[in-house]
Design a protein around this ligand. Sequence first.
Ligand SMILES: [Zn+2]
Length: 174
Amino acid sequence: MKRSPQVNRNRLAWCWNDRASLARARPFFVGGVMPKSAPMFRPHGKSRKAQVAERKKRYDDRRESSARRGYGGKWRRARHRFLMDNPLCVCCEKDGQVSEARVVDHIMPHGGDLKLFWKRWNWQALCKRCHDGRKQSVEALWKIGHADIGSLFLGADEVRRDEFISGYQRLRAG
Ligand SMILES: [Zn+2]
């Protein structure tokens, strides 16, 4: 049913002139200001203070663990320097393609080992595609013994590959 404009106007007029509805509306408009804030949504009934504390703890946990893993400002700077010196993806280069390197990959997965983490011979510049694709499959093959350690280095430079292999063997030996 379509309402006529006349009906709507009458209805509004009735509403605002009605004493009962004015009385109901009054608490929200005391002094002509709107209420300060709407009721807040509080999941699991936790107080605002508890929520803030919990969020801070989550943040601290995350920050601490990433710092422990070595991914702090020091790593950001080292990574940046390495990519300045090695701007191209070594894996694409081997295939005769040119891609900008965006990832400093740990040739041997460091697994939290800080020595392995910081050794420059354990770094190779990769594009995101090669890091997420080929490197992951080579690592998977290496883990089940179907690839040798040298194949974790995806570039063509044999000198760099030897540097990596001998560096890794030295680290394991001593
Ligand atoms: Zn690449």
